[in-house]
Design a protein around this ligand. Structure first.
Ligand code: ATP
Length: 368
């Protein structure tokens, strides 16, 4: 186990409800470290960035924030973007995408783990005990043509094009990441199954992706490998999501399916994520800035708490640091315990528990 005892975290609260849920999340991490008397310290450095900052300054991600994120041990980001504030070409301000590209964060990890005590969409008992992971490629796919969109032809022949990129390097590193995650999970009693989601029956780029998946799978004979077409996958995620362990897919498919997965968990406020590269990682709730509930105290901090746990776990594995792994476990445990009381019902599930009620309950579980 490592001797590293001090970690630097870049904090980007961003826009909208991000500013409301970030302080309680940092408070939770600090309380957990104190409670465990952990032999580590975390230095949080907060930067303004995002749509509101762009409106004020004309810059969405300041140089010093990017530089800090490149050098720190990890970044904790809440959410960025506001529909009313856009670049002159009409696109939304999304420096989190820029960060993904600059830090080369290729694996978008979206754990799908349901909390007890919630009236979830899948009434089946197994539907309320889900535990699988959706991994979304985050640097290429269809979204990689974001900057190279083109219109060709004129009149009735005019057409708009976005081009999908699926590279060997992108696939190999993504699939190796997925199989390694399945290995880690198998050690904790999970299935050891990796399912590749594609559309190989229609598009050549996905057929190519599937072939590389099969090649990589051969290096992990102790794990199971499977494929599913994205349309069938959407059906199965509603019908029997408990059948999956680690799922891996292209950028845009992952963008869409991870929202479906958030639905299975009870809403965007429940869904954590990590965007992970070789040496850097950004952890953030799956949700956006939720302009409809800004300033009303309705924001659910759970997704951000679970993203913080994912961050501590990643740091624990990266640095072989047991204190960080313990802190990650503790956060997961107290959040689960808070929901297991049956006293919490977030707004997204028709209840009236927001930032204060949910974080207070989680803090109370930590004190027990
Ligand atoms: P984006 O367009 O970037 O995805 P968004 O905030 O408009 O951002 P979602 O993140 O998909 O969209 O969220 C959809 C809706 O879900 C929000 O408008 C809000 O009502 C609800 N929501 C999202 N996150 C939370 C949260 N943490 N707590 C409570 N409700 C939330």
């Amino acid at each position: 186990m490592s001797k590293k005892t001090s970690f630097d975290i870049t904090v980007l609260p961003g826009d909208g409800i991000g500013v409301e849920i970030t302080p309680v999340c940092i408070e939770l991490i600090e309380k957990v470290l104190t409670k465990l008397d952990a032999d580590v310290s975390i230095n949080f450095t907060t930067f303004e960035a995002g749509a509101a900052y762009y409106q004020k300054t004309g810059i969405s991600l300041p140089e010093e924030a990017l530089a800090h994120a490149q050098q720190s041990d990890a970044t904790l980001l809440a959410c960025m973007g506001l529909p009313s504030i856009r670049y002159p070409d009409g696109r939304e301000i999304a420096p989190q995408l820029e960060l993904r590209e600059k830090l080369d964060l290729y694996a978008g990890v979206r754990p799908v783990k349901t909390m007890p005590g919630l009236p979830l969409p899948l009434a089946d008992e197994r539907g309320s005990q889900l535990d699988f992971v959706m991994i979304r490629e985050s640097t290429e796919g269809l979204f990689s043509s974001r900057e190279s969109f083109r219109i060709e032809g004129q009149g009735q022949d005019e057409a708009a094009y976005d081009t999908q990129k699926i590279s060997r390097r992108g696939c190999e590193r993504l699939f190796n990441f997925a199989f390694k995650m399945a290995e880690q999970r198998k050690q904790k009693g999970k299935q050891g199954l990796v399912t590749c989601i594609d559309k190989a029956n229609v598009l050549g780029s996905f057929y190519y992706m599937r072939q590389v998946f099969d090649e990589v799978a051969q290096h992990y004979p102790h794990l199971e490998a499977d494929h599913i077409y994205v349309d069938a996958c959407a059906l199965q995620l509603v019908r029997q999501p408990w059948a999956y362990d680690v799922m891996v897919t292209e950028n845009m498919f992952g963008d869409i399916l991870s929202d479906l997965c958030a639905g299975l968990m009870g809403g965007m406020g429940m869904a954590p994520s990590g965007d992970i590269g070789e040496n850097s990682a950004v952890f953030q709730p799956c949700h956006g800035s939720a302009p409809d509930i800004i300033g009303q105290g309705k924001a659910n901090p759970t997704a951000m708490f679970l993203s913080a746990a994912l961050m501590l776990e990643w740091l624990g594995y990266q640095h072989q640091n047991q204190a960080m792994l313990d802190a990650a476990n503790k956060i997961n445990q107290v959040v689960e315990a808070a929901y297991a009381t049956g006293d919490l019902l977030p707004y997204e599930l028709g209840g009236s528990d927001g930032t204060v009620a949910i974080s207070s309950k989680v803090f109370a579980m930590l004190e027990q």
